[in-house]
Design a protein around this ligand. Sequence first.
Ligand SMILES: [Zn+2]
Length: 223
Amino acid sequence: VRQAVNLNWRELPLGKLLQERFQRPIYLANDCQVSALGEYTFGTPTGNQNLILIKAGRGIGAGIVINGQLFHGENAGAGEIGHIQVEPNGEICRCGNRGCLETVASTRALIQHSPDTIDDFEDLLKAYHAGNPKVVALVEYAAQAISETVKYLASILNIQHIHLAGNLSHFGNEVLEIIRSNLQSGVLPALAESTRVDMAALGDDIVILGAASLVLKNELGLL
Ligand SMILES: [Zn+2]
């Protein structure tokens, strides 16, 4: 693991440490990457071998499945959209840069920018669904910021199915509609027409199911 911002890990030989401890084959991928594979494997079939899954919660990232295989990238960093700068003069991020997507749209950022009475995700969600104007504005702004990165993903990869997961999905259809509408007006119309953004079929177990699918695929060749 080169760097895991939210866990404060740098240059950690996690695979080697786990291998020594458990004496079993070890596969490493981040939560967003395995979630994409989980959604591809166990979610509603799309009839397509490609899928992007965006997971936003404590951190934000995308997992990319191409031709039925998880795409890790050359340094296992594919899909690190959480650290794309969305506010050049924004807050300092835990990664050291300024104005990353995570500084406006992660659960931590949403709670931090909310009124003082809100100090966990459950409170935030209640306030959002109760129509608290400050919280609604924060969530809408977060959805706008996420949609900027969705435009890049859709345009660069031309993958037709993009699914949303993590805490983000609990905010419901308004968030989905903001992202869909920004995509329609913000990328080549022919691409936008053929790209669908939906909520992930898998719920809060998506990471566990994704990790299971990684093992089933790599170790047992079952998928
Ligand atoms: Zn960052």
